[in-house]
Design a protein around this ligand. Sequence first.
Ligand SMILES: Nc1ncnc2c1ncn2[C@@H]1O[C@H](COP(=O)(O)OP(=O)(O)OP(=O)(O)O)[C@@H](O)[C@H]1O
Ligand SMILES: [Mg+2]
Length: 302
Amino acid sequence: MSKAAEYLLELEKKDFRILQSIEVGMRTSEHVSIDTVVEFSKYTLDEVIKRIDGLHFKDLVSRWKGHYVGYQLTHHGYDVLAFRALAERDSIIAIGRELGKGKESDVFYAFDTKQKTVVAKIHRVGRPSFKRSKKLRSYVGRRGHINWLYKSRLSAEREFEGLQLARKIKAKVPNAIDQNRHIIVMEYFEGIELVDAYDLTKPLKIFNGIMSQVRKLFVKGNIVHGDLSEYNIIITPKFDFLIIDFPQYELASHPNAKEYLFRDIKNLCRFFKRKFSIESDPNEILDVIYNEYEEKLKKKKK
Ligand SMILES: Nc1ncnc2c1ncn2[C@@H]1O[C@H](COP(=O)(O)OP(=O)(O)OP(=O)(O)O)[C@@H](O)[C@H]1O
Ligand SMILES: [Mg+2]
C-alpha cells in the first residue's frame, strides 16, 4: 500500500487544511513559511506548528532552513491531498497494493463504493530523485520546486482527456472515472502487457484489431496515441486487448500528428514481426489511415 493510503486514515481535517495551505503557498514561494500557513489556514500559530511537526514526521512535508523556516509538500503529501479529494467524491473508497510502476507513474489497485476494483494511476513527471543530495536539489531553478507537481498534474489531466476522447468513439480503452491533481482513476482490466503475452492464440487477429483501433482513434476520434507499443496494450485472459497510457496523445490536427501516427504504427509492426513473424508494411498502413482522415476532412469542408 502506498504511504499516502496509510496516512489517509490517520490524518484529521485540520491536517488536510494545513497541507492545502502549503500547496497554495507553493504557487508563489519555494518554501512556504509558517506565517503563510497561519494566514491561509486561519489556525493559531501553536496549532500550525504542532500539526506541521506531525506532517513532517510522516514525510508529507519537507522542511527547509534558510533565513527563515519553510515547507514544501513531498510527493506523499501531494498524494494524500489527491486521494482525499477522490475519496470525498466517492470515486474510490480504498487503495490497494501496487499494480505497476512506470518511469513516470505509480499504479495502484483501488476500490469504488461497490467494492469494484478500479485503477489509480499516480503521475510522477520529473519525480525528484531521492539519490540527489540536498545540496544539488537547492540548485534546481526558481520554479524547480513546483515543476514536478505541476507537470504531474498536467500529465494526469492530459491522460484523462485522452481517455475520454477515445471513449467517446467507443475505442478499446479503460473508462476514465475521475481525476484530481496528479491522479486518475480508471476502470481496471485483468490481463498482462502485450510484451509478456507469449501464447497469443491468434496474433494476427490481435494485430489487425489494434491497427483498426489506431485507425478509429485517428479518423473518427481525431487523436493519435503517441506512445503506442507492446508495453501499453493489455491482453485480457480471453485474448481481447485494451489500449492504455494516454498522457502523450495528440490531436490529429497537430502539425506532428502524422509523424506520431507513423511511429505508433511502426512500433507495433516491428513487435509483431519480431515476436509473431507477422509481416506488414507500416508505410502502407499509414497511407491508408491518413488518406481516410484527409478524405473525411475534405468531405467536411464541402
Ligand atoms: N486500466 C488498467 N487496467 C489494468 N492494468 C493497468 C491499467 N492501467 C495501467 N495498468 C498497468 O500498469 C502499468 C503502467 O501503466 P501505464 O502504462 O498507464 O503507465 P506507465 O507506463 O507507468 O507510464 P509511463 O509511460 O509514464 O512510465 C501498465 O503497463 C499495466 O500493466
Ligand atoms: Mg505504459
